[in-house]
Write a protein that binds this ligand. Structure first.
Ligand code: NAD
Length: 309
């Protein structure tokens, strides 16, 4: 257990919470699962065990993380569902309930990349990446909300949390990652939608866009090896935010946060920009162009797309 995880367990008690972390066999998900376990949660460690581009892999990363949690005295169970498979996602939710008696927090994190410039992207690259991320967020959450809604309607107190994983690519755009960026943008919006619809059932829903050295980014954006001393890009640096958002202490919903190192910031999404108008009549086509420039001139500059010149 790292010093960071000690702090998590000391500050925020997640004892008696049952937490599913998807894609928790490696990288960020593994760090989140360990942090939830350190805070006392019972954890379902999901991982399909695929390669960085989603191809079949042979090892069992979920079982290894379960063993790590058990070695620290925690409780965990492995799950090998493909999170974007409707029935497997449902069975994963049921496994949490059957094994630990309930489900309190769903952390959606699993995913992979198949990067390509949009002009050359294949249908398969589009479908597989949007499927694993977007459907891989909706399918588990859809089964979880059935359980939480039924409990709420039965009069049980529900203090449930959904924590989704977006990306800077989805919030700002990223050259060569159009499939991934579109899916991650949709996950940010899905989070807002879930929060708006599920608050009535006692479910708070937020999303995090992390930035860390994992096999997804090592050797591409970051060095393969961690530096000596403070490692700003250690995935475990993002986990305290995930644990707080997944805990009963979380009192915000419908928000998206970026986090890396020792920092976080909220991200504001689409806003109604400055209105430009011709008044109570239909604009002409020429006027439409002028109004476009008038509204843009009064609006903040959009953040640059990652990788754009
Ligand atoms: N690393 C970063 O800086 C960064 C930045 C932004 C967003 N993210 C997001 O964070 C999440 C975790 O990424 P990571 O960097 O830890 O990557 P990673 O490749 O280390 O871990 C992802 C895990 O998800 C699993 N997985 C893939 N498809 C699955 C499926 N269908 N069902 C179940 N498990 C599946 C993989 O086997 C793998 O263990 C991803 O959603 C990623 O897009 C990461």
């Amino acid at each position: 257990m790292s010093a960071g995880q000690d702090e998590v367990s000391a500050e925020v008690d997640c004892a008696d919470r049952v937490v599913i972390v998807t894609g928790a066999g490696r990288g960020l998900g593994r760090a989140h699962a360990l942090a939830f376990a350190a805070a006392g949660a019972k954890v379902v460690v999901n991982d399909l065990g695929v390669s960085r581009d989603g191809e079949a892999d042979s090892d069992g990363p979920a079982a290894a993380v379960v063993a790590e949690i058990e070695a620290m005295g925690g409780q965990a169970v492995a799950n090998g569902a493909d999170v974007a498979d409707w029935d497997q996602a449902g069975a994963m939710i049921q496994q949490a309930i059957d094994t630990f008696g309930s489900l309190d927090t769903l952390v959606c994190n699993a995913g992979f990349l198949r990067d390509r410039m949009l002009a050359g992207m294949s249908e398969e690259e589009w479908d597989s990446v949007t499927r694993v991320h977007l459907k891989g967020h909706f399918a588990p959450a859809r089964h979880a909300i059935t359980y939480w809604r039924d409990r709420a309607k039965a009069g049980d107190p529900v203090v449930a949390r959904v924590v989704n994983t977006s990306s800077g690519a989805g919030l700002m755009g990223s050259i060569g990652q159009g499939n991934y960026a579109a899916a991650k943008a949709a996950i940010a919006q899905l989070t807002i939608q879930q929060a708006a619809e599920w608050g009535r059932y006692g479910v708070a829903c937020n999303a995090v866009a992390p930035d860390a050295r994992t096999r997804m980014t090592a050797g591409i954006f970051y060095d393969e090896d961690a530096p000596a001393g403070w490692d700003e890009k250690d995935p475990a640096n993002v986990s305290p935010l995930m644990v707080w958002l997944g805990s009963a202490h979380c009192d915000v919903t419908g928000r998206v946060f970026e986090s890396t190192g020792g920092q976080l910031n909220v991200c504001d999404g689409w806003q109604h920009g400055p209105v430009a108008t011709v008044g109570d009549r239909r604009m002409t086509v020429t006027e439409a162009g002028a109004l476009v420039h008038e509204s843009i001139a009064a609006a903040p500059e959009p953040a640059p797309v990652f990788g754009a010149q």
